[in-house]
Design a protein around this ligand. Sequence first.
Ligand SMILES: Cc1ncc(COP(=O)(O)O)c(C=O)c1O
Length: 384
Amino acid sequence: MGLRTWAEIDLEAIRHNLAELKRLAGGRMVAAAVKADAYGHGAVPVSKAIEDMVDFLLTATVDEAVELQDAGIKKPILVLGIPLDQDELEEAIRRDIRFNLAHKEILKMAAEAASKLGKKALVHMEIDTGMTRTGFDLDEAVDVLQQIGENSWIELEGVFTHFATADVDLDFARTQLERFKNNIVPIVRQNFPNAIIHAANSAAIVHLPEAVFDMVRPGISIYGLPPDPKMEGEMGFLKPAMSLKTRVLQVREIPKGVGISYGLTFKSDRPMKIATLAIGYGDGYPRILSNKAHFLIHGKAAPIRGVVCMDLTMVDVTEVPNVRVGDVAVAIGRDGKAEITATQLAVQAKTINYEIVTRVGIRAKRIYKFPKESDWTQRSEGKG
Ligand SMILES: Cc1ncc(COP(=O)(O)O)c(C=O)c1O
């Protein structure tokens, strides 16, 4: 069966990006964010492709960590999200899955679960230095560090914080860094000399070399995308890993004055040639791009006409010669000399490139280019 709508994932590009980030991080340890199905790229194939280059893999949930372990991943996995209940905590402890020690209730539950299982809980304690999301406040963190030191069921493997603005507001990011460095790092270094201290996301790896500490936690940049459009220039070394492609299902000629798609929001102002593509918001292509973005067909721009439907999108191919049923249309990626990046689509859709790639739906099959293989390979690993 031919491919209708698919995402090509270049695992070689992902390894390239990771190697460059490791260089920037001065050879410190690396924890790679593969949460949310590796930002839509496929958590299992991506994790397998980079396992030898990283020290930890980062997921958001215990379920995501279990999926990786069940697929044969051996590297330590840290769950950045907070485990939900006692069952999740026990599952994590049993499997040596590290998790976010974010508040006192989790500390209590984790100690209980660990003593019940007769096995230590491996934790990374999060300090909230200004993100206001998860983690201990600075003033309670010092107390809690002491309690952890006295608890034989809790092994403090790491201590971390997360920046809210390392891409766009360096002053605030530096304030967070100072809070962490002044209030937390010295106590950890003195009382838990083996604990891994980490803070830097992709933006901080580039903007805040001082935040590198013992380990960095890149996510979006591994996939070849800058954390913010303004960082595109300074991250010119990145190679985008995902291309999103679909096919022409029908081509039709329409006269002047014809409305297109639901609501007839576009009316032809001249005779036009319209191609109907096999992609819609059901594949994760944002509906807000209706009448705004374009696809690439035969290396030329084909602008969207009318609203994006659940499964179909109409584009103007009046200026694109020889468009036929079955031709490939590129939503994200290169076609000849032309390129559409996830970052460009994100700007048009008033969102971030993270959301564009993460939202690519399960209906779009993931096709992988494996390191040392030049051909695209269809594998059933991962989702989609
Ligand atoms: C705690 C934490 N660390 C690291 C990352 C990776 O961030 P980025 O994708 O911006 O590099 C994330 C992403 O959301 C995160 O939540």
